[in-house]
Design a protein around this ligand. Structure first.
Ligand code: DP6
Length: 366
């Protein structure tokens, strides 16, 4: 239903380029996000098997500029990452662009130049597809508006951007909003969530969770051991698939309630259970993957015992890799930084830590 409505919105304006020659450029900065309830498993065209909830970050972002003009003859395409041509990224980007012809049928009539850069080192082991694909999606939807001189209302604009971002990378759908966002329909969630695009978490969040910080402890800077797509596919026929769906559906409802009511304990329990369940699912897949490193486990033990000793609000979460996201409140920043310095830094590769925090979402920069 929603999807058809979206398709129509695109189709209304996008079937033919205006007659006059077109030329322009748009640029967006879009942040990465960290999932508290994890998207793990997909079906169809990038549709999630379970709903996920994430916090949008601030310091870890991608900036993308899209320059377009009517092609004369064979359309020209150029993709630059951090100022240089990059074959692997370029392939993924153009494959994604080509897959969007249903929504932007005019793309193959344009010369396109895309230049993208990240605020974090590419080798930092941070999942960059969320920020990269959301920045590109925002540029594409913005270009569409410019070409057809039809400005959408802000809510519609971000909905379309989230829809396009999702097709590039599922987690990117959540990056077009600041604060917390949810992607995927939940069984008993009293929010209008759906599988086609993410929505902002629009309930009043308790002040307890208003200024969350995320210290990303870089345990390993290498390439991912298993690509997201392969990871998601491991959920097909996974022995615990059914229970995972039940778990995620329950966690998203419980976490939403915890966010509203300010329940720190419940927040910590859900975050850590989600992170460890994600890794447990990978360990019990066929083939199995162990993505944590010995240092990851050492960090997790340290966090647990420090929290027990100090009674402080501190939680961890993990992505599909060995790095640890330490979530805490701005009020405790001084103490947590001292704890990181004294006890955790030694487990990080080159003592590398990225201090990030909840952010306000993407920004148009041109
Ligand atoms: C573990 O969004 O990277 O980070 O849709 O195949 O691009 P694709 O996958 P991706 O998967 C992210 C998985 C995760 C959890 C999450 O962000 O929800």
């Amino acid at each position: 239903m929603q999807k058809n409505k979206l398709k129509e919105l695109f189709r209304d304006t996008s079937s033919q380029l205006p007659h006059k020659a077109i030329q322009g450029q748009v640029a967006w900065r879009s942040p990465s996000n960290i999932a508290f309830v994890k998207y793990w498993g997909k079906y169809g065209i990038q549709l999630p098997k379970n709903p996920s909830l994430s916090m949008t970050l601030s310091a870890s972002y991608t900036e993308t500029r899209l320059i377009f003009k009517t092609a004369v003859g064979q359309p020209q395409r150029l993709f630059l990452f951090e100022g240089k041509e990059n074959e692997a990224f370029s392939k993924r980007i153009w494959k994604f662009i080509d897959s969007l012809s249903e929504f932007f049928p005019f793309l193959d009539q344009l010369d396109l130049q895309i230049a993208s850069k990240n605020s974090f080192p590419h080798s930092a082991g941070i999942a960059s597809s969320a920020s990269a694909m959301s920045a590109l999606a925002l540029c594409l939807v913005d270009m569409h508006q410019l070409i057809f001189e039809q400005e959408m209302e802000a809510a519609d604009f971000y909905k379309h951007a989230s829809f396009i971002a999702r097709l590039g990378s599922g987690s990117a759908a959540r990056s077009v909003y600041g604060g917390f966002s949810i992607w995927g329909s939940g069984n008993s969630l009293h929010l209008e969530t759906n599988n086609d695009f993410a929505v902002v978490f629009n309930q009043k969040v308790s002040p307890v969770f208003e200024d969350l910080q995320d210290a990303i402890l870089i345990v390993d800077e290498g390439q991912k051991k298993v690509s997201s797509s392969v990871g998601h596919s491991l959920m097909n026929g996974h022995p615990y698939a059914e229970n995972r769906l039940m778990q995620a559906n329950k966690n998203i409802v419980d976490l939403s309630n915890a966010l509203v009511k300010g329940h720190k304990e419940s927040f910590i329990k859900i975050l850590e259970s989600e992170a460890l369940s994600l890794h447990a699912l990978m360990m019990s897949s066929d083939p199995w993957f162990i993505l944590m490193k010995p240092q990851t486990l050492q960090i997790l033990e340290k966090i647990k015992s420090y929290r027990e000793q100090r009674g402080i609000f501190l939680a961890f979460t993990l992505d599909a890799g060995p790095n640890v996201h330490l979530i805490y409140s701005k009020d405790d920043e001084k103490e947590i930084k001292a704890f990181i310095d004294k006890e955790l830094k030694v487990f990080c590769k080159n003592e590398h830590i990225i201090f990030d925090a909840m952010g306000n979402g993407p920004k148009k920069i041109m």
